[in-house]
Design a protein around this ligand. Structure first.
Ligand SMILES: [Zn+2]
Ligand SMILES: [Zn+2]
Length: 250
């Protein structure tokens, strides 16, 4: 067991003890009881309407050309590299606040209720085949700063809820700048070669887990790393997509 794995395990145990002794408070409204209360969870609207077959983003009316067009403009421009992806919601309101708490306010306990929102998108891309759940890992330096890897926590809770296996099979080998504010080409360049497969995935169906999807450039690179170590198929489920990454024409 690596030191990092030990620390994650310690955190999980410590937070379980804390949960048992101290009631959590909702990361959004502050109500005592759950890390995110049911009332706040219910305010997360699912992505509705016609969606892209590849990225799951909503279509604009303008992209619904007559005929058999099933992909949004964004995916048609991106080619075939993006794994089939579904997200629970767009990055706004409750889910935006909850993800912010998970990533920047030292609230790893929020991962469990947030992971429940990943079940529907995960089932939508796995087609009844049990996947191995692989988190899109943080770079070790960012992990050190945060103390836990939010994608690994989400992957663990999702895998437990669904009875699936999980594996740390992808490592981020290059620290990347924040994707915020970068255009599509700059995002791809920023994450190119950022991941390496660290465990054999021969013949396995991989389900990548990440918190936020922007243009999908990170998922493209993580999927490439999985295929390089033998993954049979790669799909992805994320909590939220940036509003700008909805597949709509810019
Ligand atoms: Zn609440
Ligand atoms: Zn799309």
């Amino acid at each position: 067991m690596t030191g990092r794995r030990w620390r994650d395990t310690f955190r999980t145990v410590a937070s379980a003890i804390l949960d048992a002794t101290m009631p959590a408070s909702c990361a959004r409204c502050g109500r005592t009881g759950e890390p995110i209360c049911d009332e706040c969870l219910r305010t997360v609207p699912p992505i509705a309407g016609p969606t892209c077959a590849t990225c799951g983003g909503p279509f604009d009316a303008v992209t619904q050309a007559p005929g058999a067009v099933t992909e949004c403009w964004s995916c048609r421009l991106a080619g075939k590299d993006l794994p089939r992806t579904r997200t629970a919601a767009t990055l706004e309101g409750t889910i935006r606040e909850a993800i912010h708490a998970l990533k920047y306010r030292d609230r790893p306990d929020v991962a469990r209720p947030l992971a429940s929102l990943l079940i529907t998108p995960a089932l939508a891309v796995t087609n009844g085949v049990a996947p191995v759940v692989v988190p899109v890992a943080l770079h070790p330096r960012r992990l050190d700063a945060r103390g836990y890897d939010q994608s690994r926590l989400l992957a663990g809770h999702l895998a437990r809820a669904c009875g699936w296996a999980t594996m740390d099979a992808v490592a981020r080998i290059r620290e990347t700048d924040s994707q915020v504010g970068l255009g599509r080409a700059a995002r791809r360049a920023n994450v190119a070669g950022a991941f390496r497969g660290t465990a054999p995935l021969h013949g396995l169906h991989v389900l990548l887990i990440d918190d936020v999807m922007t243009t999908g450039a990170t998922l493209v690179e993580a999927a490439r790393a999985c295929r390089a170590v033998g993954a049979a198929t790669v799909s992805a489920a994320c909590l939220a997509r940036e509003v700008s990454a909805t597949g709509r024409l810019p």
